[in-house]
Design a protein. Structure first.
Ligand SMILES: [Zn+2]
Length: 454
């Protein structure tokens, strides 16, 4: 009887062990304490990473991991590709490490070279457009993203500040301020005060809830008392409607609207348009923004409608909202990995969420037209070099009152260049002068590639 019980424990142990191996082996082998994976974070056995045009962004030679030959291409693609130490947790080298290194139950990590083609990875990004966007940033810090709003492919994704993955900095106590945020892909993982780009969300709430909104007029004399305290405007706009209010970015119109719509309807619109949501971008969640007026007084509610108070938005989330406005209300589901090895990944993407409804088609169309009017009446078509662009800029006072977040968000209306974009720059001066040229450079580079290579 005693031996029988012992035998039972032995078999139970064997079953437990086998089950654990089959479930967890793939992740155990990736652990940093696995001595077989020293040096390049285990990437010395990883496959190549290509951009959408076949440009090699990362490859292994003689057991070492190297990145693209061009310095600025390396810096501009760092946050999507990753580095040897896997410092950027959202980069594809971190997220798809086991696929890239080719762990298999039969071969372990020692898969013969002949089978290794399966571990190459092709990204959706256009590295030339990333480089152009990085150069346009000219050392400014922030995030740039351009996606195809029909398919969800991310064509350009740049986060700055960056560093060279071939020569990563030694970050220590003395220089950590200089490298603050350098491991973050700000496109996915940072949120900023939105300022005037939030007026798009207030507009959506107004279009949905105020039947005569098109014929309403507002009076702007440069400031107004709303909710018991002052709200100021950059200019004295006089008698103005919501269309010119958005094009001229009049604070009084949208502060008044937010106050009038109230906490519930404003929160409903912000939630619906994804401000408080996290989106899945190829297995990586975006950071949530913030719209919370639960404890706001009436004047703070008014300020929240013009993207101040405690409002925060994430660049990728704003780009997804742009895709919905461009697409008649149906949003794109962005993704970075076009293909891995045999093509299993192609079947996963675009996901079924691509084309999911975010807002009503008639409201999307109105917002689309209003954003087009922003460009024709205010920014001017000339800045976009022949593309039919719909856009909104934002200049947000950051909480400390000392610096501005500069934004430009929008999309191209043209059938053959369906591009949605979001640019957020830290310590900018004005949305149009700081973020505008960066957005133009990134979007034009993507459009050129799209027209040339499809
Ligand atoms: Zn005004």
């Amino acid at each position: 009887m005693f031996v029988f019980v012992l035998a039972l424990f032995f078999f139970a142990g064997i079953i437990f062990f086998t089950a654990n191996i089959s479930i967890n082996a793939g992740s155990w082998v990736q652990h940093s304490y696995n001595g077989h994976l020293s040096g390049s974070g285990g990437l010395e056995k990883a496959g190549k990473i290509f951009d959408r045009n076949g440009v090699v962004l990362a490859q292994t030679a003689d057991g070492e991991r190297y990145y693209n030959d061009d310095y600025e291409t390396r810096l501009s693609t760092l946050h999507v590709v990753g580095d040897n130490s896997l410092n950027i947790s959202t980069a594809v080298q971190s997220v798809y490490r086991s696929e890239l290194t080719g762990f298999s139950y039969i071969w372990g990590l020692e898969m013969p070279e002949t089978f290794r083609g399966g571990n190459n990875l092709t990204l959706t990004i256009d590295s030339a457009a990333c480089k152009t966007a990085y150069e346009a940033l000219g050392g400014m810090e922030g995030a740039v993203v351009v996606i195809n709003y029909k398919t969800g492919e991310v064509l350009c994704s740049v986060s700055s500040k960056s560093y060279d993955p071939n020569d990563p900095p030694e970050i220590n106590e003395d220089n950590e301020d200089e490298y603050d945020g350098v491991y973050l892909n700000k496109v996915l993982s940072s949120s900023y005060t939105p300022g005037s780009i939030f007026k798009l969300i207030t507009t959506e709430a107004a279009l949905e809830n105020i039947p005569d909104i098109d014929s309403r007029t507002f009076e702007c004399s440069g400031s107004a008392v709303i909710g018991g305290n002052e709200v100021t405007c950059m200019s004295s706009h006089g008698l103005i409607d919501i269309h010119d209010g958005l094009a001229q970015s009049c604070n009084i119109v949208f502060a008044q609207l937010a106050y009038e719509l109230g906490r519930d309807k404003m929160t409903e619109a912000a939630n619906k348009l994804g401000v408080n949501s996290s989106f899945d971008v190829g297995h990586t969640p975006t950071v949530k923004g913030n719209y919370n007026v639960k404890n706001a007084d009436d004047n703070q509610l008014a300020w929240s409608g013009i993207g101040q108070y405690t409002d925060l938005t994430n660049p990728m989330q704003m780009c997804i909202l742009m895709s919905a406005i461009a697409n008649g209300g149906n949003r794109a589901e962005p993704y970075y990995v076009e293909r891995m090895g045999g093509g299993d990944f192609e079947k996963q993407y675009p996901s079924e969420k691509n084309g999911e409804a975010m807002l009503e088609s008639d409201i999307a169309q109105k917002l689309n037209d209003m954003m087009r009017y922003n460009v024709t009446s205010n920014y001017g078509d000339s800045m976009f070099g022949g593309l039919t662009v719909c856009a909104k800029t934002g200049t947000a006072e950051v909480q400390d009152g000392e610096s501005n977040d500069a934004w430009m968000v929008g999309f191209v209306r043209d059938e053959d260049t369906p591009l949605a974009f979001a640019v957020a720059i830290e310590d900018g001066t004005f949305g149009i002068s700081t973020a505008g040229p960066v957005a133009v450079a990134a979007v034009q580079a993507c459009a050129e590639d799209m027209l040339a290579n499809g």
